[in-house]
Ligand binder design. Sequence first.
Ligand code: HEM
Length: 403
Amino acid sequence: MNIRTARRYAFFAVLIMVLAGATGSFLRFALAYGMPPGWGQIRHVVHAHSHTMFGWTILALMALIWSEIPRLTGKPLPRGVTWQMGATFIFSLLQLPAFWPNGYGITQIGPARMPLGAMSAGFAGLTWFWFMGLYGRAVRGGRSSLPLRLWHGAVVLLFIASLGAMAEPVLMILKVENEFVKHLFLHLFLDLFTTGWLLLAIFGALWAYLQNQGITPQGWLPVASLALVALPTFLLGMPPSMLSPAMYWVAVIANLALAVLAAFHLRQFWINRRQLPLLVQFGLAGLVIQMGAAVLMLVPSVWQWGVGTLRIFYLHNMLLLWTSSALLGLLLARWGHAPSRWTRWVQGLWMVGVGWMWLALLLGGFTVWLPVSGRVFLEWAAWASVIIVLAAIMALRDLKQTT
Ligand code: HEM
């Protein structure tokens, strides 16, 4: 993939983030001040937001991975990569209008009645399988290295998570109403995508970036064990009432092991932090918090309370503070124009907006102990989200083709 094509997809990925972020910001205002009549139901719009946001992370990672593969494997990219990227972009974006009116429910278009949201998610998921197939072809018989081994593990986890995503429309068609089964597949997708695929894939992208700066990894760094212990951690996202004590202990110990193993990588990222883009350094703070949370979850009552009260905070700590900051930092460092005052504004606004929203979501979980109404933190989060979207819009200018 040449630099123009890669930059184009980096631009498209950030464009998706702008649209999904604007939807999230709209939701934040709806939660603080009420949903304007005729704009749909909050839970449907949440689906539109979260599915499209996953499109941002996956397209950004695919652009980073494809751009490094020829150098790392010593082989050219397989045919079809550009088509796959185009399809992933289009179907990621389509989820926004498809989920908005009725979420996973049925939408009437003329005489036809269709589960538009589930269909769009299904098509987007198919393009992920296409990516996995092409990835397998691209790396087969080529050289190996740390970024590639991390991506191999990440792709296996993405495959398993995608099966969870694909199960949702299948369960609907089969009319399976069992709540445990539904939650199991939902969290297999949501949490394995987040703690599994995103973690390993971003680690791979960070190592590829550092290697390009002439830095080589020192000492032992876990890869297969990291992927293995990530597997059962999705159970921790399930409603506590559905999880037996044995399942909880397997998941919570695996989660702790994941944090310990991730710390080996983190230590080296810290040592080489001056070589990493500023937004990556900022995002790593979110990873440290996630690792701290893995220790706190060892207390069952803390986990039970957190799943109910801090779920949205925890998700955005992982997906916005850690994942999105790291990805935006990598995209701008790789394909942004030469660092300028504009770039510094993008970075500054992003960190202020994300930090402010992060704090508002965290404090919102403690309102019973604080002398302030929960509404105040909802309003904070809403205004902070405007700054995040503004930073993302400004980042688009940095990734625009100039010739
Ligand atoms: C501009 C930044 C963002 C804003 C303003 C935002 C806003 C929101 C809001 C308002 C909700 C619903 C909260 C609730 O139900 O109480 C939500 C849920 C969610 N968001 Fe975000 N978000 C942002 C970034 C992200 C990113 C970057 C991702 C993923 C990459 C993401 C993934 C999710 C997920 C998975 C949920 C939960 C969906 C569910 O409950 O089914 N968000 N977000």
